[in-house]
Design a protein. Structure first.
Length: 238
C-alpha cells in the first residue's frame, strides 16, 4: 500500500520545491506522512487510500517547509527591500567578481546603507508570511501552525463523520433529509427551529414536526446508525 503511492509523495513534494528546501528532504518527510496515513487508514470506511493519505503527506511536507525556512513577520515594504538588496548583492557579485560592500549595494538600489546592513543580517531563507511556498499558491501564513486550529486528526475525523452522516441521510426522502440538515445546523452552520424551517420550506410548523419524526423513525434502525457509533469515541481510537 505504501510502495504503490510513492509517486504521489514525489508529486506533492515537487509542488513545495523551492529555495531553502531540499527536494530529497521533502520526499523523505512525505514518506513519513504516507506511513503515518497507512497506520491510521481504515478501509472499512469505504475511502481510497490515496485520497486519505494525500492529507498526511501534505501535512508532513508542510511541517518540513516550516522547519527549513525561518518565518518572520515582515511588512510588505520591508520584504520588498530585502529582496532587492539580496538580488543586487548576487548581481554585483557576478559583475565585480567579489562580494560588494553595503555602500555599493546602497548606491545601486537606492536603499539606505543602514537598511542594507539590516537586510543582509536576516537569515538566508527568511521569507514574508505572504510569500508563496515553492510553486504552489499556498502562502507561508497558511502553513504556519495555529494553536487554535484543528489538528489533522480532528479535521479528518470531522470530514469522515460528515461523509458517514450524509450516507445515513441518503436513506431519507429529499424533504426529510432537508429538514434534518436544517434542524442540526448542517445548512448555514446553525440549528433552526421548526417554525423557521416551516417558513423556509413553505409549510406549517406542525408539518415540519411530522416530517422530522418520520425521519427519526427511519434513522432509529440500528443498521442505519451503526456506522456513526464510533464517533462518540475519541478520534485516537480509530
Amino acid at each position: 500500500m505504501v510502495k504503490s503511492n510513492v509517486r504521489l509523495v514525489i508529486s506533492i513534494a515537487r509542488e513545495f520545491e523551492g529555495p531553502g528546501m531540499e527536494f530529497s528532504d521533502l520526499i523523505q518527510e512525505g514518506m513519513q506522512g504516507l506511513i503515518r496515513g497507512a497506520e491510521k487508514f481504515d478501509a472499512s470506511k469505504g475511502f481510497r487510500f490515496s485520497t486519505y493519505s494525500h492529507w498526511w503527506i501534505k501535512q508532513a511536507i508542510r511541517k518540513s517547509v516550516l522547519e527549513q525556512t525561518q518565518i518572520i513577520r515582515l511588512p510588505a515594504h520591508m520584504a520588498e527591500a530585502s529582496f532587492r538588496v539580496k538580488e543586487c548583492r548576487r548581481r554585483l557579485h557576478r559583475q565585480l567578481k567579489r562580494l560588494p560592500t553595503n555602500e555599493e549595494i546602497a548606491l545601486d538600489t537606492g536603499v539606505p546603507a543602514r537598511r542594507v546592513e539590516a537586510a543582509m543580517s536576516l537569515p538566508r531563507y527568511t521569507v514574508s508570511l505572504t510569500g508563496k511556498v515553492g510553486c504552489t499558491d499556498v502562502t507561508y501564513q497558511e502553513i504556519t501552525p495555529d494553536t487554535s486550529a484543528e489538528t489533522a486528526e480532528e479535521v479528518l475525523h470531522r470530514w469522515f463523520m460528515k461523509k458517514d452522516v450524509d450516507r445515513a441521510l441518503d436513506s431519507l426522502s429529499p424533504r426529510e433529509k432537508q429538514v434534518i440538515r436544517y434542524r442540526f445546523g448542517m445548512e448555514g452552520g446553525r440549528p433552526r427551529t421548526l417554525h423557521d424551517i416551516g417558513q423556509l420550506m413553505g409549510v406549517s410548523r406542525e408539518r415540519i414536526r411530522q416530517i422530522e419524526m418520520g425521519a427519526f423513525r427511519k434513522l432509529r434502525s440500528q443498521k442505519r446508525v451503526q456506522p456513526l457509533q464510533h464517533y462518540l469515541q475519541p478520534a485516537e481510537s480509530w
